[in-house]
Structure formats: structure tokens, C-alpha cells
Design a protein around this ligand. Structure first.
Ligand code: PAF
Length: 289
């Protein structure tokens, strides 16, 4: 496996597989790889000739008071994990390599980037779109892999792919969870053991929302059910708990599929999660992701 830091070298290494029409799968990450990331890597490995993993903590997607500096970084461990999964190439550029001095172009995420996560983290999705657009331009992957855990990010990126005519297929892989339901996230490493217990409230809230929808209640009732679970958990502060239509993130259609989305701070750590529920589908009576 090769670790490449320069954009020019990345392009030259990828020339041969591209000339041979070998498919290239890209897994964009910010490192601190966990089983969630590795599930994306495995999916990419199953379906592509060449697998590229990018590791880049993207400053553009962090607000001024957010955790860019303290975001977990362990490149050595990430490289070992990527190698063990059969990755061909790790692209781990510096900030200057990705954003040369004088950089002024930003890819806007549009209306979808201003609600929910976008409302709480202004500019976040513009930062995501900008770095993902750059990665798509550099790697020119046939397929790119993202996790369902960041469901709004996926929606914003799919929109960008359509709007900017990228020739990449976006594959979304299911959220990987701990046994008690907590979605894997690099930020879970910030949690003390007490906070880790409290963090279960996010999944319990989603499950309460799911039960509410499955018994025929509307989105508003599900939102109250989710908020009630979080309110009962000391040390967990709700940002939002919403039931939305899964594509547009608007109000859900009556009897249509619902996406439950939640964001809450556990101590200083902000966590997000989501769950798809389809009231028309018997299987939605169980956890689906
Ligand atoms: O999901 C992430 O880890 C990041 O938002 C991404 C897609 C790698 C862009 O920096």
C-alpha cells in the first residue's frame, strides 16, 4: 500500500489503473478510522479494482469554536488499518497541499446545507462540499463511499454530484453501532465512561421516535417522544430531534417514509444520529440501521 501526500503524485499513481480502465473506489475520511469507516473500505474493496482512502481533517468544515485542533488524529494507526483491509492507496495531504495559499473558491451546499446540522454549524456543509469536490477532482473515482450516520452530508453530496455533473456513483453504507445502539463516531473517543453511558440516549430517543411512527403517530408526536427521552437524561443537551422526509428534509408526507434525525451534546461532545422508518413496511418495527 502506498501513502501519498501530494496531489500531483496521487494523480500520477492513479494514471495506470485509469488507463487500464480499472475501477477506482474512494473512501473519504478524516482519519481516526473505526469500524464504521472500515465497513466502507470493505465495501469499496469488494467492488473495485483500486481502493483509495483519503485522510484529511478538513479545516473548512469546522466552525471557529469547534474541535478542529483537538479532532482525533492517529495517522500511523489509520495506515496500518487501511493496509490490513487491502487498501491500495492512502491520500493524506497537508492543509497547504489541499488548500494552496490564496484559495478563495468555495462549493456552496445550497438550501439543504442550511437546515438541521447546517443551521447549527453554519458553513459546515460548504466546507464538506468543497473538500469532497476537490477529492473527486483529484481521484476521479468511479464510486465514492459514505456512511448513513452522516445522512445530511450524504444528501448534500448527492445533490452536488448531480448539480456539478460528477461522474461518480455515491454508495451509502449502513450505520455501524455499538451493541447498545450508539453509532460509531470518531468523536465518541472524547466521551468519559459516564458520558459514554449517557450517550445511549440518542439511540434510545430514535427508537422511541420509531415506535411512535410504527404505531401510527405523526412526525410531531415522534419528535416529542425523542425529545422526552433526551430530557430525561442528565448531562445530555438536545440540539434537535426532528422527523423529516428522507430526500428533501422537509415535513414528512402522511404515511410516507420518515427520517428521524437527532443531534445532542453529551458534555462537550456533540453527537448526531438518524434512523429511517417506513410506516408502510412491517420491517420498520425493528431497527433498520
Ligand atoms: O464524513 C467525513 O469524515 C467528512 O465529512 C468527509 C466526507 C471526509 C469530508 O471531510
Amino acid at each position: 500500500m502506498k501513502v501519498v501526500r501530494a496531489a500531483a503524485e496521487l494523480r500520477s499513481v492513479l494514471e495506470a489503473p485509469k488507463r487500464a480502465a480499472r475501477s477506482v473506489g474512494l473512501v473519504p475520511t478524516m482519519g481516526a478510522l473505526h469500524e464504521g469507516h472500515l465497513s466502507l473500505v470493505r465495501e469499496a474493496r469488494r467492488s473495485n479494482d483500486t481502493v483509495v482512502v483519503s485522510i484529511f481533517v478538513n479545516p473548512l468544515q469546522f466552525g471557529p469554536s469547534e474541535d478542529f485542533r483537538s479532532y482525533p488524529r492517529d495517522e500511523a494507526a489509520d495506515v496500518v488499518a487501511a493496509d490490513a483491509e487491502g487498501v491500495d492507496l492512502v491520500f493524506a495531504p497537508s492543509v497547504d497541499e489541499m488548500y494552496p495559499p490564496g484559495r478563495s473558491t468555495i462549493v456552496g451546499s445550497g438550501p439543504l446545507g442550511t437546515v438541521l446540522e447546517g443551521a447549527s454549524r453554519p458553513g459546515h456543509f460548504d466546507g464538506v462540499c468543497t473538500v469532497v469536490a476537490k477529492l473527486f477532482n483529484l481521484v476521479e473515482p468511479d464510486v465514492a463511499y459514505f456512511g448513513q450516520k452522516d445522512v445530511q452530508q450524504v444528501a448534500v453530496i448527492k445533490r452536488m454530484v448531480t448539480d456539478l455533473s460528477y461522474r461518480v456513483r455515491v454508495v451509502v453504507c449502513p450505520t455501524v453501532r455499538e451493541k447498545d445502539g450508539l453509532a460509531l463516531s470518531s468523536r465518541n473517543s472524547y466521551l468519559s465512561s459516564e458520558e459514554r453511558q449517557r450517550a445511549r440516549a440518542l439511540f434510545r430517543a430514535l427508537d422511541a421516535g420509531r415506535r411512535s411512527i410504527a404505531t401510527g403517530e405523526n412526525g410531531r408526536v415522534a419528535e416529542v417522544a425523542m425529545a422526552d427521552v433526551v430530557a430525561a437524561e442528565k448531562g445530555v443537551e438536545l440540539d434537535y430531534a426532528r422527523a423529516v422526509e428522507p430526500e428533501s428534509f422537509d415535513e414528512p408526507h402522511p404515511d410516507g417514509p420518515v427520517l428521524l434525525v437527532i443531534a445532542a451534546s453529551v458534555g462537550q461532545t456533540r453527537l448526531i444520529d438518524n434512523l429511517h422508518v417506513d410506516p408502510r413496511d412491517d420491517r420498520s418495527a425493528r431497527v433498520v440501521s
